[in-house]
Write a protein that binds this ligand. Structure first.
Ligand SMILES: [Zn+2]
Length: 156
């Protein structure tokens, strides 16, 4: 899965210079020197992390333009987690789960905005949800969709 779409995995033996993952239409092509379940999984994980870094940074940039309490991109890191999509530290560092990049953009945006709101309201107070409501009135639907996908995304 990538950005909410399912892709068929095509594993292709290749030499080291051609190794890597590429999105080709409805396929994800994984080129490995000696394809094994482990090497394919490792190649996919590296690809997801790279895509996550790029997609999340772009979505954060877009969303910063719509909020007023933060102008510059917050410090961000990726961390694979089993039960959480993201978190925000008291010092304002945002952690995002790289597997979130498997979810549709709408859901990614919801998680990012949720964490950006924590830069202003460091809790789940009524003021926090007011802020979220104001900037994303549809967040509940997006969250529900993500909750439905969670099992598939986090166990792949
Ligand atoms: Zn929260």
């Amino acid at each position: 899965m990538y950005l909410g779409r399912r892709y068929r995995l095509k594993v292709i033996p290749a030499n080291a210079a051609d190794a890597g993952v590429k999105l080709c239409g409805s396929h994800l092509e994984v080129r490995c020197v000696e394809p094994t379940p482990t090497s394919v999984r490792e190649a996919m994980e590296a690809w997801y992390r790279a895509r996550a870094r790029s997609v999340f940074a772009a979505r954060v940039d877009d969303m910063l333009a719509t909020i007023r309490w933060k102008q510059l991109a917050p410090r961000m890191r990726l961390q694979a987690m089993k039960t959480q999509w993201g978190s925000c530290s008291p010092t304002g560092k945002i952690t995002l789960n790289p597997w979130l990049v498997k979810a549709p953009r709408d859901c990614i945006d919801y998680v990012i905005l949720h964490e950006l709101c924590h830069l202003k309201e460091h809790n789940h107070s009524p003021r926090f949800f007011k802020l979220l409501d104001r900037h994303m009135p549809t967040w509940r639907q997006r969250k529900a969709r993500l909750d439905e996908l969670a099992e598939v995304i986090l166990n792949l």
